[in-house]
Design a protein around this ligand. Structure first.
Ligand code: NAD
Length: 336
């Protein structure tokens, strides 16, 4: 059984990831979160640790488990990081550095490379203007990496740090010549879950709009109708993490991959929500700071490398995400 660490296990992605990992039954799961693990997740894990991922004493505690695979989800998201940049740096950067060093120690000690899955984000992009954003369309992994937010800066740095720690720093291989750390990052678009409502993210307007309509509540969207960034249904986000983790190392030509699914404007999301919930009351009250962040993120991503290297293909386009996943599941959640 593979020993798998999931940090930030109690969060949105953590919930879905733990459910999928537990269903496959082939892993011993060590979960860590600042908050107590939700009751429904407890039976899915072997060990539930509560504490701060950036606390060295907590890292020592995790290290005792000789983990072979790490899904490092714990982080402050974009809006929370703007509110508290020092804490964001502590958790998002120092927390990641501590785990990377721990993973290297475990890899060197056990003679097995530790696979390190890092959820990066389209917030690493910094489009210079709305005109350039609209003209650029789908951007590759290597363009426009001038993020304007603390969160984006933390993430683009950690992408680089993971590559450095895997490929260039200190002792890279064990006695058998195997790498001790295998860092792999995915740049997620805004993820929309049917079962959890996000907090602290700047892409939250899409899930908030849907969840509000399902509850019959009015919603004032915090970005303009024309605001456009990529989104993805949560099951595809989890699938991408697991597929990238399972990809043979020799197939991977880069350590950081874009993944895309659909890229609607806020208005296009609103019309899909209105189709499903005809009475939905959606208005627009753009928040200047959050709007500026969305304008700085790319309108779409080029994910050709992920498709070529490890067979990435989303199961859900926008139609299917709404018609078969979001609307039926969310309606069920609020019907009870
Ligand atoms: N949800 C998205 O749309 C999205 C998009 C791109 C990238 N990501 C990344 O995916 C990861 C998970 O995102 P999410 O949507 O599940 O976020 P979330 O906010 O729902 O969950 C994050 C979890 O981390 C925990 N946490 C925060 N600080 C911690 C600390 N110091 N120590 C231990 N745990 C701590 C929180 O309690 C929370 O349960 C994050 O790294 C995020 O940057 C998410």
């Amino acid at each position: 059984m593979r020993i798998t660490l999931v940090t930030g296990a109690n969060g949105e992605i953590g919930h879905s990831l733990l459910e999928t990992l537990a269903a496959s039954g082939d892993r011993k799961i060590i979960a860590l979160d600042l908050a107590p693990l939700a009751d429904d997740l407890r039976p899915m894990v072997s060990v539930a640790l509560q504490g701060d991922v950036s606390d060295p004493a907590m890292v020592d505690e995790i290290e005792k488990h000789d983990v072979q695979e790490i899904y490092h989800l714990a982080a402050l998201l974009s809006t929370s990081s703007e509110r508290n940049p020092a804490l964001a740096h502590q958790v998002n950067v120092n927390g990641t550095m501590g785990l990377l060093l721990m993973a290297r120690r475990i890899g060197a000690r056990t003679g097995r490379a530790v696979t390190f899955l890092f959820p990066s984000t389209i917030a690493v992009y910094g489009m210079p203007s709305l005109e350039k954003k609209n003209a650029a369309g789908a951007v590759t992994e290597f363009e426009y990496l001038q993020p304007t937010t603390m969160y984006g800066i933390n993430k683009v740095y950690c992408e680089q740090l993971g590559g450095y720690m895997s490929d260039r720093f200190g002792q890279l291989t064990d006695e058998a010549g195997k790498k001790v750390l295998d860092f792999r990052a995915l740049r997620f678009p805004g993820l929309i879950s049917a079962t959890t409502v996000p907090t602290g993210g700047t892409s939250d307007y899409a899930p908030e709009m849907i969840h509000a309509a399902a509850q019959g509540k009015a919603y004032a969207c915090f970005v303009r109708p024309d605001a456009r960034i990529p989104f993805m249904a949560m099951p595809d986000g989890v699938k991408a993490l697991l597929d990238l983790a399972a990809a043979p190392a020799e197939n991977l030509t880069q350590r950081v991959y874009n993944i895309g699914a659909f890229s609607p404007s806020a208005e296009e999301i609103a019309s899909k929500v209105m189709e499903a919930f005809p009475g939905a009351e959606i208005t627009y009250a753009p928040h200047p700071k959050r709007q500026a962040i969305i304008d700085s993120w790319c309108a779409d991503v080029n994910d050709e490398a992920a498709r070529r290297d490890w067979g990435w293909k989303p199961d859900y386009d926008m139609e299917r995400a709404f018609d078969e996943y979001l609307i039926p599941t969310i309606s069920g959640v609020y019907a009870v």
